[in-house]
Design a protein around this ligand. Structure first.
Ligand SMILES: Cc1cc2nc3c(=O)[nH]c(=O)nc-3n(C[C@H](O)[C@H](O)[C@H](O)COP(=O)(O)OP(=O)(O)OC[C@H]3O[C@@H](n4cnc5c(N)ncnc54)[C@H](O)[C@@H]3O)c2cc1C
Length: 384
């Protein structure tokens, strides 16, 4: 059986100093009442906050300097992501753009797409969504039926995407579409496109959940024109492009730290109530688990920076991270007597536990469902 390497990240002084600079920035923001750490997360869409973060130089720190990025190491990028997540900052507006879309544009985008979009992403003023899932193509992405047909100067897109996080608020979507129907292998013949959500032929339909929140949207494309400059990578080679994007999506600290504020609040609450001693071993177990996951996630970051394959490691981080993140709200409910409730008149802790219990089941589905990830891990280890 193949062994799995998670390289030790190198010590990076700049990562530490940037982390401290960001921590001070976030403390000021919390003091100024710009967000409630227990009530927001990396899917909370707040344009003003993203703009402030961009203006302070905390977005795109590893992107090339020629587009306004910081040109710094992935360790700095990782430290900044961790700090934002640990603080419960409302980074959902720019998160997908910074986490994965910008990287894809750097590697696969045209010169004009880079010049047009990267400076805006880095400024925190341009927001992207992920357009891969379709009504009948989630785990089995190769079943995607959205198609693009070549026309003069670009492509005509037809089809639909679904479950797009913040899809009714983003400016652009990275869309996976079939460009060749005759591919012998079903994974061939796809291409990724940058789609401007304001283009004629795009209809966005918010999806309301049981709480009447519209975290997701469905997008329908009817003869939507996409210029050639908005093609990512080579025509018909989109499968490799989307797989490289999934590594960014699956391995980051957002797969471990969604519930971090709640874990911290739980620990504080138990200490204050005098129940801390009984629960110490449970909290200690969770923190030890988190430390291991953190080390693994940093290892993936090092692999990506060294341009090494990382899909197996990323799948492991995503799967184990989801197990951890789901356990935190359950633990909070077990250790503290909470009557689940949500709303403006309910305290932040109860709101956060309730929110966590309601949302946690979806965390092992987003970014690739558990069974799929485990199948992939088994295959890469030569076990199936
Ligand atoms: C919170 C959240 C955010 C999301 N955000 C986005 C987004 O921004 N953009 C986007 O494109 N998509 C997004 N998605 C969609 C997500 O990627 C899909 O839901 C996911 O890939 C599963 O696809 P599906 O819903 O079609 O379920 P299916 O693929 O139908 O799977 C249903 C169940 O069957 C299991 N299953 C399927 N095939 C197999 C198999 N071969 N072997 C064993 N078990 C199997 C799955 O593991 C799952 O448990 C999001 C989903 C969630 C929950």
């Amino acid at each position: 059986m193949q062994s799995i390497e998670f390289p030790q990240p190198k010590a990076d002084k700049e990562a530490h100093s940037e982390r401290m600079r960001l921590r001070a920035f976030l403390e000021n923001e919390v003091r100024a009442g710009s967000f409630d750490p227990l009530m927001s997360s990396w899917t909370t869409f707040d344009r003003d906050f993203s703009r402030k973060l961009g203006a302070a130089g905390f977005i795109g720190v590893s992107l090339p300097c020629e587009f306004g990025g910081g040109g710094k190491s992935f360790s700095v990028r990782h430290a900044i992501m961790e700090e934002l997540l640990a603080a419960g900052a409302p980074v959902g507006a720019h998160w997908m753009a910074e986490r994965q879309s910008a990287m894809q544009i750097v590697h696969y985008g045209s010169a004009s797409a880079k010049n047009e979009l990267l400076p805006r992403i880095i400024a925190g003023t341009c927001y992207f969504g992920i357009g891969v899932s379709e009504p009948n193509a989630g785990s089995d992405l190769a079943a995607a039926r959205t198609s693009a047909r070549k026309v003069d100067g670009g492509w005509l897109l037809n089809g639909s995407k679904i479950w797009t996080t913040n899809g009714n608020k983003t400016d652009y979507l990275l869309v996976l579409a079939r460009t060749s129907a005759k591919a012998e292998q079903r994974h061939e013949g796809f291409t990724q496109f940058i789609v401007d959500m304001q283009s004629p032929g795009v209809e966005v339909r918010p999806i309301y959940d049981l709480n009447n929140d519209a975290e997701f949207a469905e997008e329908v494309f009817i003869n939507c024109f996409v210029p050639d400059d908005y093609v990512l990578g080579e025509i018909d080679k989109g499968w490799g492009v989307v797989l490289s994007e999934l590594v960014f999506e699956r391995s980051g600290p957002d797969r471990l730290l969604t519930s971090f504020q709640l874990l911290q609040a739980l620990e504080t609450r138990l200490s204050l109530s005098g129940n801390g001693h009984d629960a110490e071993s449970e909290i200690g177990r969770m923190i030890a688990h988190l430390a291991t996951l953190r080390r693994m996630s940093m290892g993936v970051s090092s692999l990506i920076e060294a341009k090494q394959p990382a899909s197996l490691q990323a799948a492991l981080v995503k799967d184990l991270g989801a197990v951890f993140e789901r356990e935190v709200p359950e633990l909070a409910r077990d250790l503290v007597s909470v009557s689940l409730a949500r709303g403006a008149t309910i305290d932040s802790f109860t709101n956060a536990v309730t929110q966590g219990i309601m949302r946690a089941p979806s965390w092992s589905i987003r970014g690739g469902a558990r069974e799929i990830l485990r199948g992939m891990i088994a295959r890469e280890l030569g076990l199936r």
